[in-house]
Every structure is written in C-alpha cells, then in structure tokens.
Write a protein that binds this ligand. Structure first.
Ligand code: C5P
Length: 404
C-alpha cells in the first residue's frame, strides 16, 4: 500500500526518537521511499548514521552541507514528499509549527510542504496535558495536520499517563489509512444527521437533550477532509461547519429533521450516518399561547412518538448503500446497541456509554465500540472526538470496500 510513496520523516528531540529507527524500517519494508530529517536535538537521542542506513538515504539536518556547500532545499523536499510525517513530535516542535517559527530545516520544510502532514506527539504527561500544548495541537488539527494520538502508559520519566508516542506499527497503520482515505472518498456522498432536536411545547418552552453536535460535526469534517460531499442535517447547535465540502441543512424539530433527511436520502447518498440525538417523543399539541401556571395540581403533558428516521431509512434502504447509527446507552450498552442494529436495519452501530468517564455529551473526548452487522466488535480507547471520527470513517471505508 505504501509502494512508491515518498515520505519525509522528521525526527525531533524526544526519547521516543529511538522508535523512529523501527518506524523507518517498517515504512521501507512497506515499499515507501523515506528521507529522514532530524533536528539538532534529535541527533542526541539517535544517530544520523542509524537513520541513514535504515532509510538508505542521507539524513538531513542542516540547511546546507558546510563541507561542499550543497543546499538542502526545503522547498523541493516539500514538493518531493507525498507525506511529511513527524515522529516523534516534541512539544517544542509542535509549538513552533503552530506559530510558524522557521529556525531549522524541519520547520521550513513544514512551512513549504504541499503534501499532507501527520505528527505523532511524544512528551511527558504534564507537558502533553498543558493548555499550551493542547491549544497548539488544536491549531494544527484545524489546519489539517493529522494527529496520531499518543498512548497512555509508562513514560520515560517513570510517570504514568498520556504522552507516550504511538508504537511504530500503529503509526504505519495510521499512515496507510491516510493514503487510503485520500482517494477513496472523492466522489462519495454522505448524509449525516447531527445535534439535538427541539420539540416546542408553547412559544417559550421546548423539550431537548444534552447533545452539542461535537461528535457529529467532527464526523462531517472527517468525511469532508477525505474528499466526500457531505449533506449535514443539523439540529440547533453552536458549531459552524468549516469545510467547503459540507452543505448544512438547519432544522429544529424531529419532524423537520425526518422530512429533510428522508428527502435527501432519495438523492442516493453512498453512506448515511444517523448521529443526531432525535427526540423520541414530541408534545401532542403545541400551544399557541404561553401555558400559565395552574393554581394547584400537576400539569400533564401528552407526548406522541416522533418518526424514527433511522428505522424509516432501514425500511427503504437501497442496495450498495451503507447506514450507520449511534447508540448512547446508560446500561446494558452492547445488548441494546445490537438490538438497535437489527431493528433499524443498520450496517454498523457506534456505541458509547454514559457509564464511561470522558464519553458522551459535551465532552471533547469519546470512547466508542463499533459493532458491524457481521458481528465484528471493535472497542477503541478514550480519544479526541476528531480521532474517533477518523476511526469511524476508516471502518466505514472498510465496510464499503467489502460491499464493492
Ligand atoms: O433508539 P435510539 O433513539 O436510542 O436510537 C439511536 C439511533 O437512532 C441514532 O442513530 C439516532 O440518530 C437514530 N434515531 C433517529 N430518529 C429518531 C430516533 C433515533 O434517526 N427519531
């Protein structure tokens, strides 16, 4: 899959630099042509000789060779590369990338690169968790840099936490996924429902839920970044879509969401993802005037069921299209999710549980289990919603390829 791909591997000053040797070996084994670029500090952790031998190319550190004046052009390296991968990416390097500092060859190459950029951060847990680092990572993510998230585990300092660079095998998997996604989603159409709905009781009050649309919008951006055209049917949220590949259809109630989504489904999307937290019930009658407080006694509100959009699509599902639902559960998560998968005729269900800390509504992170129709179940670790979105897109891509 990496045959003939040109990869510039940037290595920065982190103890994880020793893993870059295995990484080069694996990339070369997969057929990639690798040119290694190191910062001055990285040379203290692993020798250029090791990296040059494994990559079969001279290692680049300086702007020029002081012995013969040969110029290492960051511009032509940026053009040569199909991918600029920085692993490990230290806190210092990613801060400089976020602010546009250009004081070494690696950073000037980053600023010149026309190709996709991926980074695998590596640092101590407190450096990683620091708001400065997280802000820098978000800036880079928003600019389209793929972040290969570090793992939680024992760090070189002896402390335990998040910051340990992803293992070389995991980085190679992420690189392959990046190349695979690049072409595969071009020309595909994705229909996506996101956010909550509002069911009006009277002109002042409504019934809703805690959904913020964060997971759904992260998914929309992930599909769009891979080249898909996304029709986004969005309940009321405060997030704005960024990609020009996303067309937003704003709706408020479950009935509006059902009408819009079913109409768009007729236009043959390849993939439909039902991520919205749609109200299951709506008031039987909307009062035209504000309901006044009763002098005594309880006030009973009659609710009637809404259209189950996922189930409705399940009934009219077209061949060679794929539908994916979400299941947010508070108990017996797997059993409930599997039941929904069958009942709504879905190809896959993304399950998360409110029992999981860091998962669910309003958080920036999520932990999901992907259950496909063939029974395959994959549980991920706690990740940013952007990273979870990439995992979901990748799994859908695999399922689509099986259908072809
Ligand atoms: O049954 P439950 O609401 O938990 O199912 C969740 C899944 O069904 C989600 O994918 C959600 O978007 C979808 N759904 C829907 N229309 C509804 C209710 C849920 O599309 N009225």
């Amino acid at each position: 899959m990496l045959k003939g791909k040109h990869i510039v591997l940037g290595v920065t000053g982190s103890i994880a630099a020793y893993k870059a040797a295995t990484l080069v070996r694996l990339l070369v084994k997969e057929g990639a042509e690798v040119k290694v670029m190191m910062t001055e500090m990285a040379k203290h952790f692993i020798t250029p000789l090791t990296m040059a031998t494994l990559s079969k190319n001279p290692v680049l550190v300086e702007f020029y060779n002081p012995e013969n004046g040969d110029w290492n052009s960051h511009v032509s390296l940026g053009i040569w590369a199909d991918l600029f991968l920085i692993a490990p990416a230290s806190a210092n390097t990613l801060a400089k990338m976020a602010t546009g500092v250009a004081d070494n060859l690696l950073l000037t190459t980053y600023l010149s690169a026309k190709c996709p950029v991926a980074i695998a951060p590596a640092m101590d847990l407190d450096m990683y968790a620091h708001v400065a680092t997280q802000t820098n990572l978000n800036t880079l993510r928003e600019r389209g840099v793929a972040i290969i998230e570090p793992e939680s585990g024992e760090l070189a300092s002896g402390l335990i936490g998040k910051g340990r660079m992803e293992e070389p095998e995991g980085i190679v998997r992420a690189v392959k996924a990046l190349f695979a996604r690049e072409g595969a989603w071009k020309g595909r159409r994705v229909l996506l429902t996101v956010g909550p709905t509002r069911e009006e009781i009277d002109p002042v009050r409504y019934i809703t839920n805690h959904s913020t649309g964060k997971m759904g919008y992260a998914l929309a951006e992930a599909f769009a970044d891979q080249g898909a055209q996304v029709e986004l049917v969005s309940g009321p949220v405060s997030i704005k879509a960024q990609s020009p590949n996303i067309t937003v259809h704003n709706v408020v109630s479950a009935a509006q969401m059902a009408e819009k989504t079913l109409a768009l489904y007729e236009t043959c999307p390849d993939v439909t993802v039902l991520c919205a937290a749609v109200a299951d019930y709506t008031p039987a009658e909307r009062q035209d005037q504000k309901i006044k407080r009763e002098k005594k006694g309880a006030y009973a509100l009659e609710l009637v069921p809404t259209v189950d959009i996922a189930a409705a699509i399940g009934q009219i599902k077209k061949p060679n299209t794929l539908t994916v639902g979400f299941a947010l559960e508070t108990n017996d998560a797997v059993a409930h999710a599997q039941d929904k998968l069958q009942r709504k005729n879905l190809d896959m269900i993304v399950m998360n549980s409110l029992e999981d800390p860091g998962a669910g509504f309003a958080t920036d992170t999520n932990r999901v289990t992907l259950i496909s129709r063939d029974g395959e179940t994959r549980t991920g670790s706690l990740k940013s919603k952007q990273q979870v979105a990439l995992d979901i897109v990748q799994r859908i891509d695999e399922l689509l390829c099986c259908k072809d």
